[in-house]
Design a binder for this molecule. Structure first.
Ligand code: FAD
Length: 349
């Protein structure tokens, strides 16, 4: 298989880079391990067709490269609903406190139709030969004038390779020949993967019953299992859901056990109507082999994100380590992924 540029990973970084290259007339191919595109952007259509974000959800006005991309792709945003009473659970022995949050000076926004809309719009520009799913890259061999890249069922002969997978995963899932410099391997092994150990859940309802009692749907809890919760109704306000994060230690429980704990807490907070749900969805990111690796080491959030080492090419400037965690601004976030894609694009052209 011959193509000039090979991009590993069809998340936001990989797809935006492929889109920009294609628009400039540069042949590129994206190889994706999962059977879906988007990586850490993963919008599920729940039973009542509520788009539920299992991954990236919010952006702010500081994320200007993302806002410009959304404008270019003609994708509108809407404000996160926060009106009403917020609940705060400080202790398991005390009832939840009712708080009126001050008006947000810097509101969060969501993307209409779900965050996956950006991914789908970018992927529309690529053919089936340019975007290959279900193919995990396993080996990167550099032979001075070209690369031989092994994926599960093919070898790809290319001139330039861009990895967009989180650096720690890259070091622990792909074999290099020759090896990357030792200091780069060391830093990558200590580079935090944003949200790599998070658990997200979404629960959809026929009606937004929490609003009837003037609740916004926002909850902050030290008690758990839900640590944060938000209204997750759609932009048109015709489909209703709540979405939040669970304590990350619950990754060893079964889905049924987590669901039952979630329902208990929601019933305690909002009453019996919370039990009349349509669908419960969740994503345990620590178990996602194409995002996280098991590591005993504690890595601080954002540790080594945007490190200098990621700003240079390797193997005679023919191999680049990209992806949100390598960005020099807003690393870990969608904005970081976009910044990374655009700066690699500038280097390539
Ligand atoms: C739960 C959660 C909540 C988040 N919330 C927000 C938010 O509200 N706002 C925000 O801005 N950001 C948020 N983020 C972060 C945001 O999702 C990421 O910054 C962004 O999507 C990263 O894009 P990426 O392309 O750099 O990496 P990824 O999305 O991780 O893409 C890498 C791709 O590489 C693929 N891959 C891995 N290994 C291989 C291999 N060997 N061969 C081929 N392909 C491979 C993966 O399957 C994946 O598709 C959140 C993330 C999560 C998980």
């Amino acid at each position: 298989m011959k193509s000039k540029v090979l991009i590993i990973g069809a998340g936001l970084t990989g797809l935006l880079l492929a889109y920009r290259l294609k628009k400039s007339g540069i042949a590129a191919k994206v190889i994706e391990a999962r059977n879906r595109i988007g990586g850490r952007i993963h919008t599920l259509q729940s039973k009542n067709e509520t788009p539920i974000e299992m991954g990236a959800t919010w952006l702010s006005t500081q994320h200007y490269e993302l806002l410009m991309l959304l404008e270019e792709l003609e994708l509108p945003v809407f404000e996160q609903f926060m009106e009403g009473i917020t609940l705060f659970e400080p202790l398991s022995t005390a009832p939840p406190q009712q708080i009126q949050l001050p008006t947000n000076q810097q509101p969060s926004y969501r993307i209409q139709g779900g965050t996956i809309s950006i991914i789908n719009r970018l992927a529309e520009f690529l053919t089936n030969e340019e975007l290959i799913l279900n193919e995990k890259v396993t080996h990167i061999n550099y032979l001075k004038d070209h690369f031989e890249i092994d994926s599960e069922s093919a070898t790809h002969y290319v001139n330039k390779v861009i990895s967009t997978i989180p650096p720690m995963l890259l070091m622990n899932s792909i074999q290099f020949n020759p090896l990357l410099p030792e200091n780069v391997i060391d830093i990558a092994n200590k580079t935090h993967t944003w949200m790599g150990d998070s658990i997200k859940f979404g629960i959809s309802y026929k009606q937004p019953f929490w609003k009837e009692n003037k609740y916004s749907g926002t909850v902050f809890s030290n008690v758990g299992p839900i640590t944060e919760l938000y209204d997750h109704s759609n932009a048109e306000n015709t489909r209703f859901a709540l979405k939040g994060f669970l304590q990350s230690g619950l990754n060893t429980y079964t889905k049924e056990q987590r669901k039952s704990k979630v329902l208990n807490q929601l019933q305690k907070l909002f009453g019996d109507k919370a039990l009349e749900y349509l669908a419960y969805e969740e994503a345990v990111w620590k178990q996602e082999q194409n995002t996280s690796i098991h590591s005993e080491k504690f890595i601080f959030p954002h540790q080594n994100n945007g490190h200098n080492y990621y700003q240079n090419g390797f193997f005679d400037n023919n191999f680049f380590i990209a992806g949100s965690e390598t960005a020099t601004r807003h690393a870990g976030y969608m904005e970081g992924a976009i910044h990374s894609a655009q700066s690699i694009y500038q280097k390539l052209i």
